[in-house]
Each structure stands twice: as C-alpha cells, then as structure tokens.
Design a protein around this ligand. Structure first.
Ligand code: M6R
Length: 356
C-alpha cells in the first residue's frame, strides 16, 4: 500500500534515505575508507566505457560518463534506441554498461545485445534481481532500491547514481584519500536527503507559477543531467512543457523562448568557475524577466539573482546533484498534485517499456 502517502511517487521519494542505506550496506567501510562490490569481484579496469540507457536511466548514464572521464577513463553515454540501430565502433577493452531500473526495457536490451554480438563485455546496473538484463550481461550490479510502483522513476534514479559511484570506484579504484572522502560523503547522503525531505519548500514555490505553461531547468557539469531529469519528471507528471538545458547552451537558441511566463530552475552549488558561469546564465534569463528559482547550497551568491531559493545541504561535488534532484522531484510532484494529475500513472506512459 501507500503507507498513508497520497501517491506511490511521494512514498518512494520519501523512501530514498532507506533505499540508499540498503544500496550502501556492506559496500562502503568508513573505518578503512574502502568500497567493495561483491558481485564485481572478477571485473577488470576497462580501457573505455560505453553506457546505454533510456529516459531517466540515460540521465544516470550521463552522470556516470562524466565521473568516468574525470577518473581518466574515456566514456560516453548513448540513448539505447540510437545505439541499437546506429552502433558505434567498440574498441577492444570496452565495457558496455546498460543502466536499467527494470532490466526489461526493450531498447536497452537491444543495445546490450548489439554490443554483445560485437564481442563486447557487458554489465547491467539494475534494480531487479533475475531481470533479463541481469541474466544476459557478463556482470551485474544491483542498486537494491526496492520495488518502485510509480511510473515516474525517483528512488531508483537516486540509487542508480549511488550505484554509479560504487561502480566507478570499483573500476578505477582511486584508493587512498579520494575513496575515503567519497565513502564519507556517501555515508552522509541518506541523512542529508532526509533533511531535504523534512525542510523542502518546493510545495510553496510551485504555488507562484501555477499559471505558467513552460518550465526550464538549467545546470552545468554534473548538474546538467539533473536539469534534464528535473524537466523529464516535470513534463511526465504535470503534462506541462518542460525542458532541461546545459546552462551554457541557453544563448545558442533556447533563450528565444524565455519570457516573464517561463520559470527557470537553475541548479548552482559550490563556488567555483562552473557556479560563476551558471550565475552568468541566471543573469541572462533574469534580464528577460523570467522568474528564477535557484536550487543551491548557499556557497555562492546565486541567491542574489533569484526570485526564489530552494536550499540543499552542503556536500561534495558528486553528491550535490543527488540532493538537488530530490528537490526537483518534489517540485514536479507538488505541481502535478496542484493540477490534479494522475501522478502514479501518467497518461500514455508505462512503467516498463518492453517494445522498441
Ligand atoms: O527500467 P528502465 O530504467 O530501463 O526505464 C527507462 C525509462 O523508461 C524510464 O526511466 C522512464 O524514463 C521513467 N518513467 C522516467 O520517470
């Protein structure tokens, strides 16, 4: 049942701290500062990685590709439907990773099969034990999020991002200080998400924008996949037009759409070059009178240019996107609820897409 929540989606959003504790259980050790993933004992460090996935899982793939490249491994994320029919060259030593919550998405299975038929080693990052993806791949990493009923992926996305951190650590094995810091940040994450859930002002924020019919989400670096995901969740359950952009791309086209009727949600954390550049983009949309909502940890002066602020706790650069995403889940949920939408079963969509 829904355990007293109005919707499965809200229940699953609130299950995220528990889901992550399950995902991390026995895999991170704070004393030694190490990461172990039992099911990946026999995996070798690949030369390159290709990731294939759809929808929300594709956004997790973009995040994963970024982390891998930061760790020095060439990596690219592909939409599974494209990869299946326009398969790129697969160099020797490539690991092809399918990210799929259900393990049954037809496009993702086709992409993985295309990779396998070309001799590539494959790995499934999935939630479902015994799923087709888990059976067909050479390796599997379970995200252990528990069952997700709502069509909108919430706790499984957050668990995928944590799973990706474990995978990258296992593949690249940075060891030493880097791992210790990551382990500490991962261990803090469930509690920080709980803080977000307890203190979120997302429900009040959406009240301001009930009359708007176009919503934009922007972010840079690891916040770019979060911007895409924020927009996907929003359009999926509110049926309003929403788009996510890399913040730097605004002026290459989308800025033409920006008016006083298009709220822009900007994710800005830290106080580095990236944050400063995103703040520059916030100023661009502000100058076109767009209402700006900044999702921030308060480290930069982004709030000065915002009409409204959604706060997240401070953490490291890898975990901040996960906290920002939880706030954007709540933004989508509360807007859809306000509009009386069918939140757990949006029109035209299925939980598991088993046709290509
Ligand atoms: O089961 P999968 O992770 O392979 O599903 C992929 C997409 O169909 C899925 O993430 C979809 O985009 C969600 N409904 C988004 O909330």
């Amino acid at each position: 049942g829904k355990s007293g929540y109005d919707h499965f989606m809200l229940k699953e959003i609130h299950e995220q701290p528990t889901a992550l504790r399950q995902c991390l259980s026995g895999r991170v050790d704070e004393l030694s500062g190490s990461v172990t993933v039992e099911e990946l004992d026999d995996i070798q460090t690949p030369e390159t990685v290709q990731l294939v996935a759809c929808g929300t899982s594709y956004h997790a793939s973009l995040y994963a590709a970024s982390l891998l490249r930061d760790a020095g491994i060439p990596a690219n994320a592909y939409l599974a439907s494209e990869y299946a029919t326009s398969t790129p060259p697969i160099p020797d030593g490539t690991l092809v990773v399918g990210i799929t919550q259900s393990g049954e998405t037809a496009d993702t299975l086709s992409a993985l099969r295309a990779a396998r038929s070309r001799g590539a080693e494959t790995l499934a990052l999935t939630n479902v034990v015994g799923s087709t993806a888990s059976r067909e791949c050479d390796h599997v990493l379970y995200i252990r999020a528990g069952p997700e009923i709502g069509v909108a992926a919430t706790k499984t996305f957050t668990s995928q991002l944590v799973g990706v951190n474990l995978l990258v650590e296992r593949l690249v094995g940075q060891s030493g200080g880097g791992t210790r810091e990551l382990v500490a940040a991962l261990r803090n994450l469930p509690g920080q998400i709980q803080t977000v859930l307890d203190e979120s002002n997302a429900a009040e924020i959406v009240e301001e924008y009930g009359d708007c019919s176009s919503f934009f989400f922007i972010g840079r670096g690891l916040h770019f996949p979060v911007a895409l995901e924020g927009a996907l969740k929003f359009k999926e359950i509110t049926y309003e037009h929403a788009e996510g952009f890399a913040a730097g791309e605004l002026k290459h086209g989308p800025l033409a759409l920006v008016t006083a009727e298009t709220p822009v949600f900007a994710v800005v954390t830290g106080d580095d070059e990236r944050a400063r550049k995103t703040i520059g983009n916030v100023k661009e949309v502000e100058a076109r009178d767009a209402p700006v909502v900044v999702v921030t940890d308060g480290q930069s002066d982004a709030e000065r240019y915002a009409d409204a602020v959604i706060e997240i706790p401070e953490t490291n650069g890898r975990m901040a996107p996960l906290l920002a995403n939880v706030q954007l889940q709540l933004v989508a949920y509360h807007m859809a609820k306000r509009m009386g939408r069918s939140i757990d079963k949006p029109r035209n969509l299925a939980k598991s897409v088993t046709v290509e």
